[in-house]
Write a protein that binds this ligand. Sequence first.
Ligand code: B12
Ligand code: SF4
Ligand code: SF4
Length: 388
Amino acid sequence: MDTRGPEQGAPCERDDLARRIRELALSTSLDSIGFASTEVLEPARTVLHSRKARGLSATMNFTYRNPDRSTDPTQAMPTAKTLVAGAVGYGGGVVQEPAELSGRVARYSWRDHYADLRTSLEEVADLLRSEGYAAQVHCDDNSLVDRNVAYRAGLGWYGKNSNLLLPDVGSWFVLGSVLTDADLPTNSEPVADQCGSCQRCFEGCPTDAIVGPGIIDAGRCIAWIVQAEGPIPLEFREAIGDRLYGCDDCQDVCPPNRALVIAEEATPVATLPTTEMDAWVSLVWLLMASDEELMDRVGRWYIAKRDPAVVRRTALVNLGNTADPSDPEIVTILERYLDHQNPLLRRHAIWACRRLGRDDLLGPVMDDPDDDVQEELTVSVVARFGPD
Ligand code: B12
Ligand code: SF4
Ligand code: SF4
């Protein structure tokens, strides 16, 4: 095996390797690639520390668990010299809303786009390894801040909704990178801001979670609220509407994204096998499914503590916001969850009943021994009718 890694090639060899990587990458599912240095990602480090200090990271861990590690590529590979950043698009196609009562899934989770991204980055890593270099794939694994890597590699600019937008094609992209000890020519120019005076994402966010340009208050962001464990805060339950997993509103309204979706409306996303595409999940099915059936269908989502109750809790909120209160099937589900052994689910069933105007179903929980359930009975009345 060629072990030239630490010595590195002459400049023309580096350019040649970079060209071969680019060619290979663009022949895989990757839509864009770029090269970045492995110096500490200072902007992200500063932002992570400041958001933690300001309480904007809510109860999230991810890259916030250890900002000094997730912003220093050399902690994952001490000899690393270059990051090859890659993006895979998921913006194409439109899926019709089903007639059946359903929870909405954000576009990035219609299928496992991270799997496509990882596979393609592994192909790039294999090329580097075949040249004698070390190569590690990082994609949404929290050991690196993927957006800052992609920004430094010149893939796009930070939108005011905090997503990285690729020129002309917008933000429907998942991001990852290959960390390598090959010393490759890196990008020198960041992509200039193209948001201009646009403010649409601020106006489009249902919970006012964009608290400044590029700054998300995770505690207000539906994408985090539906992932976090525990009860969904009362003030956001109506705004969640039918969103079961993730939230796309600040990207749906974004002009470059809208152009892409409209242009690709003809893409037959709806004909993909259902195992690969889950744009909507039937709420009745979900709330009647066993733990195994449920996790089999949605197990690749981020689910706090891998607890199916987290998904059911959100589904009860969706039900409260969208169901027909006179439908006997809905009443059966509400009664089932008012009697559920998990107090978290009894709480959300109480809220759903109240939201649907079915207080008449609450009799069996009025003397519930659980303090949280009793609190729910009190607070959801206050929320609906206001304090005395
Ligand atoms: C934590 C996290 C979240 C959190 C918090 C998101 C947030 N915006 O803070 C929650 C759970 C809410 C979330 C939601 C989503 N996420 Co997320 N998430 C992550 C994760 C794990 C870490 C992000 C992170 O560390 N941020 C730390 C801070 C420092 O970075 P930042 O927020 O990007 O901040 C930068 C900019 O805001 C900018 N900035 C700072 N100040 C200012 C000021 C101005 C004026 C401007 C313009 C910019 C700017 O500089 C900062 C530093 O680089 C990454 C995966 C990873 N390992 O990196 C995915 C990731 C960021 N998420 C991703 C996705 C797809 C989403 C969702 C779209 C999913 C969905 N549909 O529900 C939403 C989008 C919500 C949103 N508007 O951001 C993608 C983003 C792809 C892209 N094109 O940008 C990533 C990269 C996952 C991946 N590998 O593809 N996510
Ligand atoms: S993902 Fe949804 S809740 Fe979060 S900032 Fe965007 S629009 Fe707001
Ligand atoms: S909606 Fe407008 S301001 Fe927000 S990210 Fe898109 S282009 Fe930028």
